[in-house]
Design a protein around this ligand. Structure first.
Ligand code: AMP
Length: 356
């Protein structure tokens, strides 16, 4: 892969906070960024060089976008593969549409991970109401029913405590789904890995991720011993997934620390909320490393720079604590520039560093 010199343009599909932070990292390295997103409010465009507000399926727009970009990336996985593959025929797209295709469908994702020796929770594909009965008979309860596609932040999933809840769960999900056994775990953690086109890979030490209502609440490093004990195995599996996908850029895998080792939960072919701590807590941020990988630059050091790092999300109205947070020592406040704070919406985060 040839190195893209500073001054080149990175296209970003998606206009959310991840695109916003990728655009800032790109600007630091002298790149221009062009966001393509249909949303009325694209907070990525506030830090990007330019914005095209349009539907991803508009071929005229896509052709123009491809002509203006030297490389294209995406900042979320709920985008159809069609337009991304169409772009990939005209301009370099990293990660490839294949990473997107695998990561956006829970059935494909689990099969893929099993194929490289990973272990998800016991699961069954559920296409119809009667499939759900068969799956519950095979997997038992408690279990979690998740939509196959387009789930995020705990949305598109429902817990099933006993078989009498099957009708309600099916009504709530109402389409192609997977049933997963409910995993008993001590902690959740993630591996944020970055892979260059020449196959070089590096990953960050894993944070312990605590969720509330299915949404990431806090990531802490160093993670407790139960996570540290599973770090090597989870990092190796994430590496095998990246390798098998031919992934270029950041790839994040989420795990449960189970009694018998790491249980794979899900992957994201992109920078991830559980890697936000790297902006101040690591030598090189996940955003900069993503830009480095997709532009053919050498990857940066992933070492942690403090004794303890904690990243806490500001969800909904929590962002209003900003005057207190911005005044606190060793606390880095990030606000995403969103106009409206709806319940459950990620509005910002803070990262706290502790040095002994
Ligand atoms: P997901 O969007 O699939 O990552 O799920 C959101 C959160 O729900 C996870 O971070 C877990 O806290 C919980 N969760 C999801 N699947 C399971 C499972 N099979 N067993 C136990 N907890 C789960």
């Amino acid at each position: 892969m040839k190195t893209l010199p500073p001054g080149s343009t990175i296209g970003i599909l998606g206009g959310g906070q991840l695109g916003r932070m990728i655009a800032s990292a790109a600007a630091q390295l002298g790149y221009r960024t062009h966001v393509l997103a249909p949303d009325r409010e694209s907070v990525a465009s506030q830090t990007a060089s330019s914005l095209t507000r349009a539907d991803y399926h508009n071929k005229v727009v896509l052709a123009d976008f491809a002509a203006q970009c030297d490389v294209v990336t995406y900042e979320f996985e709920n985008i159809d593969v069609g337009p991304v593959a169409w772009l990939a025929d005209r301009v370099a797209v990293h990660p490839s549409p294949e990473s997107l295709r695998v990561a956006q469908d829970r059935v494909t994702e689990k099969r893929f991970v099993e194929g490289v020796g990973g272990r998800p929770a016991r699961w069954a594909a559920v296409a119809t109401r009667s499939d759900l009965d068969a799956a519950l008979a095979a997997i038992g309860t408690p279990a979690v029913l998740k939509t196959t596609r387009f789930g995020y932040d705990g949305k598109g999933q429902t817990r099933i405590a006993s078989v009498d809840e099957a009708d309600a769960a099916w009504d709530a999900i109402g389409g192609p789904a997977v049933l997963e056994a409910f995993v008993t775990f001590t902690h959740e953690f993630s591996i944020v890995l970055v892979r260059a086109a020449d196959g070089t890979m590096t990953s960050y030490p894993p944070p312990w991720n605590e969720h509330r209502d299915g949404i990431l609440h806090r990531s802490t490093l160093p993670a407790p011993a139960a996570v540290a004990a599973q770090w090597t195995e989870a990092a190796a599996l994430t590496g095998r997934i990246a390798e098998a996908l031919g992934h270029v850029g950041v790839l994040t895998c989420e795990y449960f620390a189970g009694a018998d080792g790491p249980v794979f939960n899900e992957m994201a072919p992109r920078v991830h909320n559980s890697g936000h701590w790297t902006a101040e807590g690591a030598v090189t941020s996940q955003f900069e490393n993503h830009v480095r990988a997709i532009c053919g630059l050498p990857l940066g050091d992933t070492a942690v720079v403090a004794d303890r790092v904690e990243m806490e999300n500001l969800i909904g109205d929590e962002w209003q604590r900003w005057p207190e947070l911005v005044a606190a020592p060793d606390t880095h406040l990030h606000l995403y520039g969103k106009r409206e704070a709806r319940p459950g919406r990620k509005m910002g985060h803070v990262t706290r560093l502790t040095r002994r």
